[in-house]
Design a protein. Structure first.
Length: 118
């Protein structure tokens, strides 16, 4: 759901941004779990790098491809990005939404689709 205005919507895509359930990383020899944009952006960058490695030609700007093939992502239909004690933010829901965009990547499906497209 959005605010009814016609304009560019963000985000396009999502990842596990919750600090408690994000991504396991090693920092200075210590294992920890991190989330948020700082974790999700490298996830997508790494996925794009792997896809580029397997593709016959670089995938370039592939967001239009994602919008044309939204089933390659898993929709997030529950939750929100509203900080505690605030009313500012958005609810997730089916389809594109202002909280989680198209959803989180199905990495294997995206790899196959983008490396085999012609």
């Amino acid at each position: 759901m959005n605010d009814g205005q016609v304009r560019r919507g963000v985000p396009d895509v999502a990842g596990d941004a919750a600090p408690a359930t994000g991504y396991q990383v090693v920092v200075n020899g210590q294992t920890e779990v991190v989330g948020g944009t700082s974790a999700v952006a490298p996830l997508w960058a790494g996925l794009a790098a792997l896809i580029n490695q397997g593709a016959a030609t670089p995938i370039g700007f592939f967001l239009p491809f994602l919008y044309a093939h939204p089933t390659l992502l898993r929709q997030i239909t529950q939750g929100n990005n509203i900080p505690s004690g605030s009313t500012v933010g958005y609810q997730s829901g089916p389809g594109w939404n202002a909280c989680t965009g198209l959803g989180v990547p199905n990495g294997q499906a995206l790899f196959v689709a983008l490396t085999q497209k012609g």
